[in-house]
Ligand binder design. Structure first.
Ligand code: TLP
Length: 340
C-alpha cells in the first residue's frame, strides 16, 4: 500500500532492511528437534526479558494465549477475564475449541475489573460451580486505548487471585509499550504473573512471532500443546532472528510512536474530535464519532489514510515503526477536512 498512511494497527509494519538482513544471516536447524540455534537463543533471551525460567516461540499472539489457557486449565475450569480483553473479544471463541474453559467476564475502566468485583465473582468450591482456575489480564490494554497498567494497579487483582488459588496469565502482546510508557523494566511488570505472552509482530516490527513465557515445567507442557495446534515450526530461526533483532533495536524507539500518538490525539481534539482517553499513554488513539464509523473509514481510505473501527461509532488509530511525522500531519489534514 504505497503512499497510504496505515494506522489500522501496529501489526502492519514491514521488516526493515536491517531486520531482513538479520533474518537472512540466521543460523537455522529443525526446531521440532530443538535444534534451531536462533530459536533457542530467542527463547532464552525472551525468558530473561520477561523474568521467567523458560519461553516457547509460537507463530502468533493468539496461539500464545490459547496455549496459555490450555496449559493452565482443565475442561470446564473457570477463567476470570475482562470483557474487552483480546482473548475474550478477538480470538474467535477459540477457547471453546481448545481449552474448553468457562469464561466469567467482568467489566471496568481501562481493561480492569475492581478487586472487590473479582473477589465477589469467585464462588466457593461446591459441586455446582466450575473450578475457579485463572485470572487473565492484558497490558497494554488494546480496547482500553493502549492503557499502560502499572504494577500497583495490577497487584490488588493478583492478590485476590492468589487468595483464591488462581493462576494469573498476562496477555503482554504489547508489554514493551507498557514498560516504555511507564519507564520501568518489562520484567517488573511481569514478575507477579505465572505466564506471559509477548508479540514481536506488533510495535516491535517483526513480520511474525510471539512467545509464551513461564516456569520450566509449564513451558514444557506448552510445547506439547504447540505441537497439537500445528505450531511446531522447522527452520524457524529465520523468524526468530527478526524477534531477536526487534528486542535489541526496536524497544526503546517505541517512545517515538507514543509521542506521535500523543500529538495526533491532542491535535484531533483541537480540531473538534472527541478522543476518549484522558491521556494517550502508548501508541493508540481512540476517536468517538457522532456518525457511523464505516462511512468515515471509507472516506479516509479514499484519501489514503487507513484507520480501523473499534465500535459502531469509534475509531482506532495506531502509530508504529512505519508512521512518520509527515504521516501524522497528513492524517490531521484529512480529519480536519472531514470536519469542515
Ligand atoms: N490484536 C490485533 C487484532 O486482533 C485486534 C490488533 O490489530 O490490535 N493480544 C492482544 C492484546 C492483541 O492486540 C493481539 C492482536 C493479539 C493478542 C493477537 O496477536 P496475533 O494477531 O499475533 O494473533
Amino acid at each position: 500500500m504505497g503512499n497510504m498512511v496505515d494506522l489500522r494497527s501496529d501489526t502492519v509494519t514491514k521488516p526493515t532492511a536491517a531486520m531482513r538482513d538479520a533474518m537472512c544471516q540466521a543460523e537455522v536447524g529443525d526446531d521440532v528437534y530443538g535444534e534451531d540455534p536462533t530459536v533457542n537463543r530467542l527463547e532464552r533471551v525472551a525468558a530473561e526479558l520477561l523474568g521467567k525460567e523458560a519461553s516457547v516461540f509460537v507463530p502468533s499472539g493468539t496461539m500464545a494465549n490459547q496455549i496459555a489457557l490450555l496449559t493452565h486449565t482443565q475442561r470446564g475450569d473457570e477463567v476470570f477475564i475482562h470483557r474487552d480483553n483480546h482473548i475474550y473479544f478477538y480470538e474467535g471463541g477459540g477457547a471453546a475449541m481448545w481449552s474448553q474453559a468457562t469464561f466469567t467476564e467482568l467489566a471496568g475502566d481501562e481493561g480492569l475489573m475492581t478487586p472487590e468485583e473479582l473477589s465477589d465473582r469467585i464462588r466457593p468450591r461446591n459441586i455446582h460451580h466450575p473450578r475457579p482456575r485463572l485470572l487473565s489480564l492484558e497490558n497494554t490494554h488494546n480496547r482500553a486505548g493502549g492503557a499502560a497498567l502499572s504494577r500497583s494497579r495490577l497487584m490488588p487483582l493478583v492478590e485476590v487471585a492468589r487468595e483464591h488459588g488462581l493462576a494469573v496469565h498476562l496477555d503482554g502482546a504489547r508489554i514493551a509499550n507498557a514498560a516504555v510508557a511507564l519507564h520501568v523494566s518489562i520484567a517488573s511488570l511481569t514478575a507477579d504473573m505465572d505466564s506471559v505472552s509477548m508479540c514481536f509482530s506488533k510495535g516491535l516490527g517483526a513480520p511474525v512471532g510471539s512467545v509464551l513465557a513461564g516456569p520450566k515445567d509449564y513451558i514444557d507442557q506448552a510445547r506439547v500443546y504447540r505441537k497439537w495446534l500445528g505450531g511446531g515450526m522447522r527452520q524457524a530461526g529465520i523468524l526468530a532472528a527478526a524477534g531477536l533483532y526487534a528486542i535489541e533495536h526496536h524497544i526503546d524507539r517505541l517512545e517515538e510512536d507514543h509521542v506521535r500518538a500523543a500529538r495526533l490525539a491532542e491535535q484531533l481534539r483541537r480540531a473538534g474530535y472527541q478522543v476518549d482517553q484522558p491521556s494517550v499513554p502508548t501508541n493508540m488513539v481512540m476517536v468517538n464519532l457522532d456518525r457511523d464509523a464505516t462511512e468515515v473509514i471509507q472516506h479516509l481510505a479514499a484519501q489514503g489514510v487507513l484507520v480501523s473501527a473499534m465500535g459502531p461509532r469509534r475509531l482506532r488509530l495506531v502509530t508504529h515503526l512505519d508512521v512518520t511525522d509527515a504521516d501524522i500531519d497528513r492524517t490531521l489534514l484529512e480529519f480536519s477536512q472531514l470536519k469542515g
